[in-house]
Write a protein that binds this ligand. Sequence first.
Ligand SMILES: Cc1ncc(COP(=O)(O)O)c(C=O)c1O
Length: 400
Amino acid sequence: MKEKLATRVRQLKPSATLAINAKAKALKAQGIDIINLSAGEPDFDTPEHIKEAAIKAIREGFTRYTPVAGIPELREAIATQIQKDYGLSYTPEEVVVSCGAKQALFNLAQALFEEGDEVLVLAPYWVSYPPIVELAGARPVIVPSEKENLFEPELSALERAITPKTKGLILNSPSNPTGQLYSQNFLKGVAELAKQHGFFIISDDIYDKLRFDGRGPENILTVAPELREQTIMVNGVSKTYAMTGWRIGWAVGPKDIIAAVSRIQGQSTSNATSIAQKAALEALCGPQDCIVEMREAFKRRATLLYQKLKEIPGLDLPKPQGTFYAFVDFSAYYGRQAPGGTTLEDSLTMCDYLLEEAKVATVPGIAFGDDRCLRISFANADEEIEKGVSRIGEALKKLA
Ligand SMILES: Cc1ncc(COP(=O)(O)O)c(C=O)c1O
């Protein structure tokens, strides 16, 4: 028999974040008292008025194929939102609606990158960026950063990573997993490099409404609007409106790139779900107070988690500036022994230990390109956060 699976699939790792979340949920289902601090989604329910819009769409029979790139009124609403948030002018033809920001990113990579290309990925990075680049045949080039610099890479390191093969760079601010924002200076520096070397920028703005500094959304185009022809913005309703299961995201950028993304989508999944598009339309056009409520809750929990973690000797982290994640350096405990005799030597063994001993689920930093850290999510009730951190502290005390 011939080799069953294609090479690209044999090399493909499953998403570590989805895997740990599934493991935590399975243990919980067995009745084990797990505190799940691994989740990559808001713990809030989708707001009622959004659900109602979807129910109305079903009742009215809005259950057929839609145009591949999305219903015109949603594409229009997204363009209007971009104008409001970033002060940038786009037409609906420059917007494509996909099945989540993840599919928008996947399709964009298929449209832009190929064999021989290099794509700059800033570590710590969202787990799916490297595989998405690799599935397009290109090579991710990882640029590291340090927590002391709030996980912002040195511009000089970024410049050194650029070669004639560099075709793109992916930005994510606020960032999953670090919860940090890139500074304006950094964004300006990246913009200069993009201009000089002509590569494309994918700006993943999925957490742009979840920044805690009270300032409006900001991305590479707000500091360098002249990069419009080589930048594509990606966003969606998942994180902003607690709509992860609805699977609506989008890409906004130059018309020819967006048309290419639509062609790819037209030969693979076609349109995003008709009903979910109506819900997303209501999310964008309806009352916006739900965003403020959720953001304020995340902001309060960020402080709570940060303060609690700082009480544990040896743990180190910058205070989250946005999202619902903290990226915490546990490496001071590496080399120590668990009661069973296992030596904790990296983020994977540390995560396993915390799940077994403390019954707390976190995500190993190695999945995000930094083995010193674990990602701890604060998309959870205050009491759960407090209990989770105190259990982590107790488990760490048991290490020899
Ligand atoms: C940085 C980042 N980009 C994109 C996504 C994908 O979001 P969606 O649910 O819209 O596919 C996520 C979800 O975890 C994310 O953290």
